[in-house]
Design a binder for this molecule. Sequence first.
Ligand code: FAD
Length: 383
Amino acid sequence: MMVERDEIAVVGAGLAGCLLACFLARRGYPVALYERRPDPRTGKVERGRSINLALSERGLDALRRVGLEQQVMADALPVRGRMIHPVEGEPQFQSYSSSGDRAINSISRGALNNALLNAAASRPGVRLAFDHRLVGLDPDTGEMTFETPQGKVTATAPVVLGADGAGSAVRGQLLGYGALTESLDFLDYGYKELTIPPVGGDFALDPGALHIWPRGTSMMIALPNPDRSFTCTLFWPTHGTASFASLGSPAAIERYFATHYPDLIPLAPNLVDDYQHNPVGVLGTVRCAPWQVNGKVGLLGDAAHAIVPFYGQGANCAFEDVVELDRCLDECGDDWPAALPLFQQRRQANAEAIARMALDNFVEMRDKVASPVFQARKKVEHA
Ligand code: FAD
C-alpha cells in the first residue's frame, strides 16, 4: 500500500482532471496535474471547437461540493426548454418542466475548463505541468514518460489517474500491456460548429432555449453564449448524400442551407466560411474494462467511458465520477487498491446506461421532437 499523502499523478487537465485535483487536494494529497496542451488560459481557442455544454444538476452537485458552483455559473446561461425549428412555419417551444422553472445551463467548455484550472491551481499542493504529453506508462511501477518541448521526461507516482479524455493515452498504455480490453464504436456521423453572431448587440434567437432543427436523419442545435452569440452544431452523416462530404462549393452550401435550414440564412453571415473552415469532429462510444490496474492506475471521465453528446451528460458524468471516487476513498480509508475497484463497481453500470440513453436520444432529437404525436405527448405530460 502507498505511503499516505504521496503525490498523486493526474493525467489530463480537462474537466474531470481539474475537478479531481481539487477533491484530492481537499483530502490532503499533493497532486501533479499533467496536461499535453499549453496553458489554455493564455492561448487561443481552436477554431470550430468551442463546444457548448449543457451542465445539469449532476454536474452542479459535484461543483457545489468543492465550492465552485457560483464561480462556474457566473459564465452560464439557463436554458428552460427546446425550441424546435421546422423547415417551414414558426418555431415551437417545448418546456423542460410544467412550471417552466427547471433549466439546464449552457456554458462553454473552454470557460468551464479555465474556471476549473484556476480552482485547481489555487489549491495547496496542486502542481500543474502543461506541455506534458503522456507517451509511456508502466502500470507496475507507476513510471510515466512525457514528451515536453524540452524533450522526454519521466516521473513516478504511487497512483496514476487517467483523466485524459476519449482518446486516453493512459488507457492506450494499459491496452499495450494487455491489462485491459476496449471497444470503440464510432457513429457514421460527425459534428461541425457554426456561429450566429449577436444582432444589434442582442441575441438573434431566444437565449432561454436549446434550439433544435430536426431533419430526420440529421440535425442542427444551437446554444447561447454570454457574448450574445449562439454556437450552432451540425450533427450530420460524414459520407453519402446530404453529408459533410457532399457539400463542396460555396453555392452548394448556400443552396443546401436555404432549402433545409432557411431561417438560419439571415442569422449566420459567416455560414460558408464557418462551414468550409471548421473541422468535422468524430462521435463515438468508448467502453473498456477494467477501469483500474494493480490498484495503482485508474481511469475516469471520458477516458473510461466516452459517450455521444446527445443527452448532454458526458461532462456531468465525468464530474459524478470524481464525487464517487472521493466517496470510495472515504469508505476505504484511502486504501487505493480497495477504492479503485469499488469505484468501477459503482460506476460502470451507470456509465453503460447513459451511453445507451445518449445513443437513443439522437433519434429523439433529430426526428421524434418534430412529430405531432411527440409534441402532443409533451403537452399532456406537462398538463
Ligand atoms: P476532456 O475534457 O476531453 O479532457 C481530457 C484532457 O486530457 C484534455 O485537456 C486533453 O488535452 C488532455 N490529454 C489528452 N491526452 C493527453 C496526454 N497524452 N497527456 C496529457 N494530457 C492529455 N457533456 C455534457 O455534460 N453536456 C453537454 O452538453 C455536452 N456536449 C458535448 C458536445 C460535443 C460536440 C462534444 C464533443 C462533447 C460534449 N459533451 C457534453 C461531453 C464532454 O465534453 C466530455 O464528456 C467531457 O469533456 C469529458 O471530460 P474529461 O475531463 O473526461 O475529458
